[in-house]
Design a protein around this ligand. Structure first.
Ligand SMILES: [Zn+2]
Ligand SMILES: [Zn+2]
Length: 89
């Protein structure tokens, strides 16, 4: 399991989130959010537009879907904030 040292939350479990969903942490504008379970070893999340590219690629992270994901490392608390900012619990 990967760890990260978050500027806000300190040492935490690491997650990977598309660059667009990360923007929501800063501007608080929901972009939709799809994610694997927060209990996964390395949880991943992505925005609605990435999800549409993922579906178009046959539900695989290949080609344009993968290229535009540009995943960033986030701590699990920031990940949970993103879930809430997008209107999920
Ligand atoms: Zn995205
Ligand atoms: Zn954090």
């Amino acid at each position: 399991m990967a760890n990260t040292n978050c500027q806000t939350h300190g040492p935490q479990k690491a997650t990977f989130v598309c660059v667009h969903a990360v923007d929501t942490l800063y501007d608080r504008r929901p972009r939709g959010f799809h994610w694997t379970s927060v209990d996964d070893e390395d949880p991943c999340g992505w925005c609605e537009e990435c999800h549409e590219r993922y579906l178009a690629a046959g539900e695989e992270w290949v080609g344009e879907a993968e290229a535009k994901l540009d995943a960033k490392l986030l701590c699990i608390d920031c990940f949970r904030s993103l879930i809430r900012l997008n209107g999920f619990n």
